[in-house]
Design a protein around this ligand. Structure first.
Ligand SMILES: CC(C)=CCC/C(C)=C/CC/C(C)=C/C=C/C(C)=C/C=C/C=C(C)/C=C/C=C(C)/C=C/C=C(C)/C=C/CC(C)(C)O
Ligand code: SAM
Length: 381
């Protein structure tokens, strides 16, 4: 085939253009030419941004670890004040604060003072984001030798950070800490899911892998007529009870304990949601879970899936970089594209109704499916 020859067809042209762009002589010409110089500068800056990204993340991490954003919430402070409070020598604090200004995380004010920027003020208002940033020390350790990480030679720590996610042994206090982080990071997910999908016609919603009930609480507030059911592991599901009680929803909320790996999914709901559940599991587990959801729903019943996803044929930074590496470090699941999830749903007997454009792909992406009358293709016995 001509296209497969090293020199010839498209591969030949792309090999030629790669060699041209890689040549210093061409780069020098392109950097000067009126036609190409802006593109060359943009490409160079983007490449530099990639290699400097680790330093950027570490600056953000240091600012969060020193709690500098909260220290500045009520107004600007001087370098000396911040250095003393954070117990950092002034010359080193100068470098951190200047880096933060360069990254638009802080602003320089008159009199050697520093203030929050719009970005850092917003960061303080994003539920759980500072704690999410703090917990990245585990992820960064797992990624410290990327070649070993991608070869699968790293004994990653991240899965141990979320043991309750997989039903591991855990002290109740620790389970609560991690559930809280999951629940707070759920707030944006719930907001975007409810903005993308219309749940106003749902009668009873069963949230499978519903954690401490944060998603159901959002649904319950947005749609006061909807009855709520939660299904999760026995170490986790009971943590939803105080949430439902505090929200005044315990009269319309039911909690069921069990594992979707070994137990049937409870019946009685006309809709099931799977929020940030599939990407923790293998294709086999997901196929089995979807088949169990199908079995539990009435004909016409609705399935809602919401989680960060891969861009599929067009890889994108949230689903194919951050969440893909995160789930790889977790060792049990992976991000999937909307096409892959749709195929798994169809295989279980669902029709795909809606795959709305995500408002924020780094928060979540949604899919709505419906149970059709034909038997589920997957044997769930
Ligand atoms: C009023 C004046 C003077 C000016 C206004 C100017 C203006 C327009 C300001 C903007 C203000 C504003 C409203 C900003 C809002 C910003 C928001 C909402 C930003 C949100 C950012 C969210 C981020 C960065 C979320 C990150 C989420 C992460 C990293 C989640 C990770 C989740 C993980 C790892 C889950 C793991 C689960 C597991 C274990 C894999 O199953
Ligand atoms: C990533 S968390 C998501 C929690 C919640 N849906 C959210 O978005 O905040 C995954 C949830 O699935 C639950 N889970 C994991 N394996 C399960 C299983 N075999 N059966 C039932 N729930 C399970 C975990 O306990 C956890 O609450």
């Amino acid at each position: 085939m001509p296209g497969e020859r090293e020199a010839g067809g498209w591969y030949g042209i792309s090999g030629w253009s790669n060699r041209l762009i890689a040549s210093r002589k061409f780069q020098k010409w392109a950097a000067k030419s009126f036609l190409t110089r802006r593109m060359v500068r943009r490409e160079g800056a983007a490449l530099f941004g990639l290699l400097a990204g680790f330093c950027h993340s570490q600056v953000l991490m240091a600012l969060v670890q020193f709690d500098i954003f909260n220290l500045l919430l009520n107004g600007p402070k001087t370098l000396e004040e911040l250095a003393e409070t954070c117990k950092v020598p002034q010359d080193r604090m100068t470098i951190l604060l200047r880096a933060a200004v360069a990254l638009k995380l802080l602003r320089s004010k008159g009199g050697g003072r520093f203030a929050l920027s719009k970005t850092s003020a917003a960061l303080l208002g994003v539920p759980g984001l500072s704690d999410m940033i703090r917990h990245h020390d585990v992820l960064y350790r797992d990624l410290s030798d990327p070649a070993a990480f991608f070869r699968g030679e790293t004994q990653t720590e991240l899965a141990d950070f979320w043991p309750y996610v997989f039903g591991g042994e855990m002290e109740p206090q620790a389970a609560k800490t991690y559930s809280d982080l999951m629940a707070r990071s759920q707030e944006l997910v719930a907001e975007d899911t409810l903005r993308s999908l219309d749940l106003s016609t749902v009668g009873t919603l069963l949230d499978v892998g519903g954690g401490s009930g944060a998603f159901l609480e959002h649904v319950g507030r947005a749609h006061p007529h909807v009855k709520l059911m939660l299904f999760d592991l026995e170490q986790v599901a009971p943590t939803a009870a105080p949430r439902f009680a505090a929200a005044g929803m315990d009269d319309r909320a039911q909690i069921a304990c069990g594992s979707f790996k070994t137990d049937a999914i409870p019946e009685g709901a006309d809709s099931i949601s799977l929020i940030r559940v599939l990407y923790d599991h293998t294709d086999e587990t997901v196929a089995m879970l979807l088949a169990k959801c199908w079995a539990s729903l009435p004909v016409g019943g609705r399935l809602i899936i919401s989680e960060p996803m891969s861009g599929g044929a067009c890889p994108e930074p949230a689903g194919d970089v951050y969440f893909a590496l995160y789930t790889l470090a977790m060792r049990t699941g992976k991000t999937r594209s909307i096409q892959e999830i749709s195929a798994l749903c169809r295989q279980a007997g669902f029709d795909i109704i809606k795959t709305p454009k995500p408002a924020r792909a780094f928060v979540t992406r949604c899919l709505e499916a419906r149970k059709v009358a034909s038997a589920s293709a997957v044997n769930i016995s």
